[in-house]
Design a protein around this ligand. Structure first.
Ligand code: PAF
Length: 288
């Protein structure tokens, strides 16, 4: 076979390819919305190590954007994405259009009842059913043995893990650490929206989480106190820089079930979402 990545746009073509490989090869799958960055590359590299065949999907999924979230503004660069996939030895890029995934008459949605209620689900109430619906389709089309997700979208990772379990997918899920810029900002396609000044302001997300982590190491366990400290750190940045920062949430939860907790213990997720101007950024740390 000639070197990849092969760009596949049609579902039946992708399914025919998968059928052949499935007979005797292990398939690794990295679902993405494109505009690939180092975070995606780390997922692809893990997939490349573990599997015979690596499939990356690139699909800016309309179902996970609310009407007020401008999907047309979402950054795209398929040429560059193909190049990155080539460098990383990806075999196939599944690159369907919206009509291919959701033809006229499409009416099914997959949603989880509990894990989607808090954190990002509160301010983006339709987002996660969009994610789980598209992933159900993608898992059925690509039939992966292994799938790779980033911890940056921590709630998404917990939700997908539950969905895989609930729907009996024979899939092993791998959640890989957040990849950060040199200044600590978590890699995200949305960072593209930030001006140089806002990029500087965005450092406060990671800095406030790091502060909480340091305090925990020094013995602080009380979640309310920790949340207040994170809040003040972010508000200070706002005051000092006139940055137009608005906190969406600061939550401390059990990383297994996303339930709020009073005191930090093992496997605690500290997750924050912050608007810098119009751009909503998320970040988190897991206290092991
Ligand atoms: O994390 C993302 O980029 C998306 O939510 C995903 C998993 C590709 C589904 O569209």
């Amino acid at each position: 076979m000639d070197k990849g990545p092969h760009l596949i746009k049609k579902i039946p073509d992708m399914m025919n390819i998968v059928k052949v490989h499935k007979q005797n090869q292990i398939i690794g799958f990295v679902p993405t919305m494109g505009f690939l960055h180092k975070g995606h590359i780390s997922l692809i590299q893990s997939a490349r190590k573990d599997n015979d065949i690596v499939v990356v999907s690139i699909f800016v999924n309309p179902k996970q954007f609310a009407p007020n979230e401008d999907i047309d503004r979402y950054p795209r660069n398929i040429k560059r994405d193909i190049e990155i996939c080539r460098e990383q030895g990806v075999d196939y890029i599944f690159y369907p259009c919206a009509e291919e995934m959701y033809p006229n008459g499409f009416q099914t949605s997959v949603s989880l009842s509990e894990l989607t209620k808090g954190l990002c689900g509160k301010s983006r109430p339709t987002h996660f059913s969009g994610v789980t619906t598209v992933l159900t389709k993608l898992f059925n089309i690509i039939q992966p043995d292994n799938v790779y997700f980033g911890q940056k979208d921590a709630q998404q990772a917990v939700i997908v893990k539950q969905m895989i379990k609930d729907l009996n997918y024979p899939i092993t899920m791998h959640i890989l650490p957040i990849i950060r810029e040199d200044n600590g900002i978590a890699m995200s396609s949305r960072n593209k929206y930030l001006s140089a000044g806002q990029m500087k302001n965005a450092e406060v997300l990671n800095k406030s989480l790091k502060l909480a982590e340091t305090l925990i190491k020094q013995g602080e366990r009380n979640c309310n106190r920790l949340k207040k400290i994170i809040y003040h750190k972010i508000e200070n940045e706002n005051r000092n820089s006139n940055a137009n920062i608005k906190i969406d949430y600061i939550e401390i939860v059990n990383f297994d079930n996303l339930q709020p907790i009073e005191n930090v213990r093992t496997n605690t997720l500290i997750a924050i979402a912050v608007f810098i101007g119009q751009t909503r950024l998320i970040d988190n740390i897991v206290i092991k």
